[in-house]
Write a protein that binds this ligand. Sequence first.
Ligand SMILES: [Zn+2]
Length: 681
Amino acid sequence: MPIAFLLTLESMIDHSTIERIFDSAQIVDVVSEFVSLKRRGVNYLGLCPFHNEKTPSFTVSPAKGIFKCFGCGKGGNAVNFIMEHEHLSYPEALRWLAKKYHIEIEEKEVTPEELAKQNERESMLVVTQYAARQFAENLFHGHEGMALGLSYFRERGFGDAVLHKFEVGYCNERRDDFTKKAIAAGYKSEYMVMSGLTIDREGYLFDRFAGRIMFPIHSLSGQVLGFGGRIIKSDPKAAKYVNTPETEIYHKSRIVYGIFQARQAIIKEDRCYLVEGYTDVLSMHETGIENVVASSGTALTQDQIRLIKRFTPNITMLYDGDPAGIKASLRGTDMVLEEGMNVRIVMLPEGEDPDSYSKKVSDEEFKRYLKENETDFIRFKTRLLIDEAQGDPVRRANLVREVVRSIAVIPDQITRTVYVKECSTQLGMPEEVVLDEVMKLRKQPSFRDRNAWPGQEGAADGRTGTGAGTGSGLWGDQQGSGTNGSRTTAARQRKPEETSYYSEREILRLLIRYGAEVLTRYTDKETGTETITTVADYIITEIKEDDLRFENELFTSMFEEITFTVEQGLAPGDKQFVHHPNPAISTLVVDMLTEKDSLSLIWGKHGAYVETEEMKLKEIVPDAVLKFKGDKIKIMQKEIRKAMIEAAGDDGKISELQEQYKVMTSLQKKISAGLGGRLII
Ligand SMILES: [Zn+2]
């Protein structure tokens, strides 16, 4: 029931606040925080953050306040976007938007248990934010922090601007200094333990990061998720770096260090530099290069690559001039190629890392070095392996296999061809041989399963050239050309159980899209009064008079809401549902609104249908109602058949059921006739 549903969802946030949030949240503004959008007619277009694509099919309509990806089918309003993108619950997403638009949230009364449960993640974020502030305070104003931490940064040439930008800090050496301070300031120790700042050893609480300089790790939106801590004093027993363990809010494999500070620059430069350590990132910022992130020492994960790919397809990896280290890190690089990224490599002079080298030379020299020494990844790898395999035939065979593998994972066919050409020259082998190997590898079932969906390339190719929508309909021509791909994906995602799923859905679509449109006008010749029947009036009357029900629960609640609205004398509208507090409903409605007139598509196949839906409401609406009724009859017939089996032996009961069945069949025939033979049974 809609009312009960509203109550559970909104128990935390006052209803008028939710409305204010929905009114303030501009879809283009919200999406642009994470995706770079380009204007296309009345809409905006960008690369979908929810699936891997090279040609943009992710569309944002500022007029409707919705987004829709015609590649993977994801769609919804601004709140749905934040939920999906930031992996937040509905109330969390509302809070996120409230913060962005400086809307104060009116809290409702809730039980302490509810509050504790709902706020767990938020409480952890509050603690990490406090910790970052406290550590910065220690570093810049504390006696110990200034003597040990700040001097460390100063010696390495870091200025205040960069240190503040990254909110670096210092955790004092006394084992429980931070924990004690935080508890005294009113923070709960359970959240400090949960967020990895405090360790609880049989009731004794102490700091994980004591005696370390602190690098907060920020989310894309700037929240502190965790920390990296570097030891200052040389202590052979202590690890040089300690990081926050996996927590409810910090997932090492999903974030890269520095992305919050780098995202604007990455978009602007259309390139992302990848380095290894926290101080490498800071040093690069110090030289004026701000499009840089760090993988924090581990090989890149797919999530991290996709995170970077939202902003640019171009990644340049900086390596210290240490051959052993390079070989180790090359292993993970095929994954970056698989994602369709353009990968380049810069090798720093022997014994240098970005931090040390940027200090050694001037900013200008450093920048020039990066530009002049940038090598394409596959060329780089080939040359490296050639050097290594000199005069060793076995190693040489392995080398060819390695290079072929790297080429084979590249999703784009043209790029692959270019590499085959180049590498065959470099390797001194005929082009056909290399190409043959690449094709053989791509055909292996294990390779295909791991690297692509069958037919993925075809779908992507089919979409090329569709970007220039002029915005004629809701989405311009974007949608028409993406139809095949998006429809099959959508169908795959949703497996309707009910026989009548599609006819029920169509009824709701017509109600939401055309509910307020006039279907018939009738003037009483004697009294002269005019009776107007809207689409909503017609459908609701037809369904209620026959006492028909929706099988699908979600549809049932939507139909009830629409009926309620109409009974209040109001017109049902799409906005009511696009902004619906139930995300299942709002995303469904966005799907409905962004589909091309589905009936006309079906009929178009048979050749005749050319007019738009709106012109044809007089036919479409009654037909949809008949189809709906036809499906209900099918369900009833199925039930009768089942009852007949159960009544086996009881002749009286069976003949009674047979009579009922006959009635249904004749009704079905009438419906088919009413549909002009279009009903497919
Ligand atoms: Zn998508």
